[in-house]
Design a protein around this ligand. Structure first.
Ligand SMILES: O=C([O-])C(=O)C[C@H](O)[C@@H](O)C(=O)[O-]
Ligand SMILES: [Mg+2]
Length: 429
């Protein structure tokens, strides 16, 4: 068996995305993702997926060169290899990511997001070579299926007039009735039993009304609300007082650890985050100040599947809960998430996934979600197969783009209908 990496293929794609609203703006009609393939001397191919914006491609290309000649089993060497890749200072001027709502951008965060795709691809190749599923390489699954939650968004019925886009069949959701209707469709189509509402879009009282409407329509079902840090501490506490009793957790009501700590001190509602704790360096302060009670892991943020396990172990040690965050992603990442989630004993919340919003994929078969769950694959590697024609089609779309869609920018997408729109300053309410 020769596990040496002889080739790495990077394929940026543009994938259809519905007009989903968040506090920064609206999703563009197509979003960039990067498909990573590592090929070993034996001809085994492993696949991974991550963000496809230019700043990630700039790092993925030199990293791919460095990986050649290493073995797919050298997973512990990946971070050090990534550290050798220089990050352009203009990419990390301390600003919040323009289109990802993932907190302040740093060189380490960019590198870790790139490493994550390569780690998954190496694990996939290693698993195929050894005849073992990825979860077995991670120490083995402790559950046969992973539960996901329905990710509810305020949305327009269609992208703005004149903007080339694929039409989705979810309709508009701009008020409590629309959100409840969307939740019903999620349950009918996928069997989800827990719901997360992406907030920070409308004034808090409208989003409180949507939460109440969901609670009335789905009594006893776990609900979460996530305004992506759009509220002040005072507003966060008001919302917590009004609907906290209906929520499994309140996610990133206010931006940053100090504000989250203040909110946490004033409410019994557990606070979750995928914004103030997204690297190991951010854990100490947040845990010491009891700012967050649930950390949303995300292998794209933390540097891979094994880093996700390390995070979960730390959370267990400090009595902090674990859930899982999602941005727009394809079936490769959903499957990778499912493998790692199956190995984490202390994962007691349904994971987030954007996958139902993606009508397009690069796999030969869509990943089935039934009863709100994804079955953990037991075949070798991840257990997915690339559809070469679809991959080429979505890559062609990326090649044909004039550059406007290659970098996600939710504020730019909203400016199409509101030319004065700029990313709102926080706290917005
Ligand atoms: O949980 C979260 O904060 C997210 O999923 C952030 C994402 O960027 C989501 O809000 C989106 O894609 O609009
Ligand atoms: Mg969030």
């Amino acid at each position: 068996m020769n596990l040496t990496v002889t080739d790495v293929v990077l394929t940026p794609v543009l994938v259809a995305d519905p007009p989903l609203l968040n506090t920064q703006g609206v999703h563009q009609p197509y979003t960039p993702r990067l498909v990573v393939e590592v090929v070993t001397a034996d001809g085994t191919t492993g696949v991974g997926e991550t963000y496809g914006d230019t700043k990630y491609l700039e790092l993925a290309r030199p990293f791919a060169e460095k990986l050649k000649g290493r073995r797919v089993s050298e997973l512990n060497a990946l971070s050090a290899l990534a550290d050798e890749v220089a990050v352009d200072a203009s990419r990390v001027s301390g600003q919040v990511d323009v289109g990802g709502l993932r907190g302040v951008q740093t060189a380490d965060k960019l590198r870790l997001s790139v490493v994550s795709a390569f780690e998954v691809a190496c694990l996939d190749a290693l698993g195929k070579a050894l005849g073992l599923p990825v979860h077995a390489l991670l120490g083995g699954k402790v559950r046969d299926a992973v539960e996901y939650s329905a990710y509810l968004f305020y949305k327009w019925a269609r992208h703005p007039e004149g903007v080339p886009a694929e039409q989705d069949d979810w309709g508009a959701a701009l008020d409590p009735a629309g959100i409840v209707e969307q939740a019903r469709r999620f349950t009918e189509r996928y069997g989800f039993t827990s719901f997360k509402l992406k907030g920070g879009v409308f004034p808090p009282d409208e989003e409180v009304a949507a939460v109440r409407a969901l609670a009335a329509a789905f009594p006893g079902h776990p609900l979460r609300l996530d305004p992506n840090g759009a509220w002040s501490v005072a507003t966060s506490l008001e919302v917590a007082a009004e609907v906290g009793g209906l929520l499994e957790y309140l996610e990133d009501p206010a931006l940053g650890t100090p504000a989250m700590a203040e909110v946490a001190a004033g409410t019994e509602v557990p606070l979750a985050t995928n914004m103030c704790v997204t690297t190991f360096a951010e854990i100490e302060e947040a845990f010491r100040r009891d700012a967050v009670q649930v950390v949303l892991s995300d292998h794209h943020y933390w540097g891979g599947l094994r880093a996700t396990q390390h995070l979960a172990a730390l959370c267990a040690a400090f009595g902090v809960g674990v859930s899982m965050h999602s941005n727009t992603h394809l079936g490769i990442s959903l499957t990778a998430m499912t493998h790692v989630a199956s190995t984490v004993p202390n994962l007691h919340h349904a994971c987030d996934t954007h996958y139902p919003w993606q009508s397009e994929d690069v796999l030969t078969a869509r990943v089935p979600i039934t009863g709100g769950r994804v079955a953990v694959p037991d075949g070798p590697g991840l257990g997915v197969e690339l559809d070469r024609e679809r991959l080429a089609f979505l890559h062609r779309r990326w090649l044909d783009d004039d550059g406007r869609l290659r970098d996600r920018d939710d504020a730019a997408a909203l400016r199409v209908v509101d030319p004065k729109w700029v990313t709102p300053a926080v706290p917005r309410w």
